[in-house]
Design a protein around this ligand. Sequence first.
Ligand code: AMO
Length: 432
Amino acid sequence: MERTHYAVEAKNAIGEKVKIAGWIYETRDLGGIGFIIIRDKTGYAQIVVKKRERPDLAELLKLPKESVIAVEGTVQKSDKSKLGFEIVPDNIKVLNKAKAPLPMDVSGKIESEMDTRLDNRFMDLRIDKVRAVFMLRNLFIKGIRKAMYENDFVEVQTPKIAAAGAEGGASLFPVQYFDQWAFLTQSPQLYKQMLMASTLDRVFEIGPAFRAEPSDTSRHLAEFTSFDYEMAYISSYEDVARTLESIVVDTLKFVKSEGKPWLEMLDKEITLPKTPFPRLKFDDVKSMLEDEGRKIGNDLGTEDERVLGKIMAEKGYSAYFIVEYPEEEKPFYIMENENSPGYSFAFDLDYYGEELASGGQREHRYEKVVERMKKKGLNPKNFEFYLKAFKYGMPPHGGIGLGVDRFIAKSLGITNIREVVLFPRDQFRLVP
Ligand code: AMO
């Protein structure tokens, strides 16, 4: 192995022999002595080289920035280095020389355009603040999984190529599937629901979802990461909402405690949302917004959500549910509220003035699902594979879909969702 320690770990190995490896961040030539600062995933280490010990010092210091080297040497304390330690090398090996000039600045001193950064994402990630975002993203995913396992959910993987969409035809991506047409799934909706008739009971998935959305916004992508769960034997949508609230809070607590070094690097803090998250009835939200001079129909637009976000922030809430939406704008799989015609058991979770998740109690009665499909202009024949699961013992159930990229961006106070996605896909970007 070229490495025994990461850069930051070397600090705890004073007096020991270590092997570290990474990219040359900077070199400094002070005549008889030279410094090479290398960077790896964890941070930086300084190599101090004396000319009389390395006659090739000048050459070493001329290595282009971002070349990859491996260093074997002894760690010593250093009061002069701001890292507090340096490495006296026995051996320096050049693993690969970088070409110059670099396609972008990676010192973090000159800010590059978003497009330049995304075109060179591999290099963009060498910037501390960018790397920190993705180390935190890793913790968000880990935190969600941990919370779900603790709540007895089973992790599943459902197909991403399917014969029918669940979230409206306009945003489907067709794919040629052998000699027929198929679609990239917009969400695992149909599959997670079918699993409720399977005894798996409580399932979750973290996976890609595809939407052919031509909208060029800072919160929509053509491919995003969706966190979905579905749970059976609920008695109302409240069971689903309560679960979501605890998953969101537990995940944020986990990231807050495990992500300290990365949060510090970003100079950010995670603020835990005030609990319990308010449950605002759609009609009350409508009145609140109409008092602000907004005209509201059966759904909320981006600007309505933003205004509501402001009102709720003034009351100290960053997360809140909007419950009991009119059924008209909600998908066929949502249960109507029979005691309150025109309304449904659908809810959204909004977070800092933006929709983060939607879900609710589903219609689990075969005849009623078929009825709702027809009402929404869908042909039940195209959904036979799904409807079959409702004929032979489908328990009452509900669930949610949450946009993971939005969750991360909003929690970190990042405006553009592309900042938290490694290789974002939108209508203008298919490579890298
Ligand atoms: P919905 O369509 O509301 O619901 O999607 C759920 C959540 O996914 C996120 N999201 C997106 N994120 C980035 N780019 C996009 N283009 C995009 N579209 C959606 C949002 C949204 O709240 N099947 C239902 C969920 C359910 O009822 O279980 C669904 O997909 O954060």
